[in-house]
Design a protein around this ligand. Structure first.
Ligand code: FES
Length: 118
């Protein structure tokens, strides 16, 4: 008998660090909950290109937060606040245009968002 769980399709996974070292003002939990609202249909379980979200106690950076990372893009953002979170959702996750001025690291070899010129 195989009782492995099933996973609905998704396109990206966003992780927010909730650790006290990079987020001494403890804003990350609030950002995580707001992310659900900002994602809207992008976060819907039956959307095949949905964005999953999660938190982690540490991403191994430990300053400059709140920190947020988008996979599989391997794009890391620093100093995330409400305004930047909205931009990440709208520009990066919604339109494949990462918010360049807040990126502090890119994973070598990660698939990059395909920008569609309009
Ligand atoms: S506490 Fe956030 S990266 Fe370590």
């Amino acid at each position: 008998m195989n009782d492995a769980p099933e996973m609905a399709p998704y396109a990206r996974h966003v992780m927010i660090c909730t650790g006290a070292y990079c987020d001494p003002l403890r804003q990350a939990d609030r950002l995580y909950h707001r992310l659900s609202h900002y994602l809207g249909e992008l976060g819907a379980y039956d959307n095949p290109v949905r964005v999953k979200r999660g938190t982690t106690p540490c991403l191994g950076v430990c300053y400059g937060g709140p920190l947020l990372v988008v996979y599989p893009d391997g794009i890391w953002y620093h100093s995330v606040d409400d305004a930047l979170l909205r931009r990440i959702v709208e520009e990066h996750l919604g339109n494949n245009r990462p918010v360049e001025e807040y990126i502090f690291h890119r994973l070598d070899g990660a698939p990059q968002p395909e920008v569609i010129e309009t």
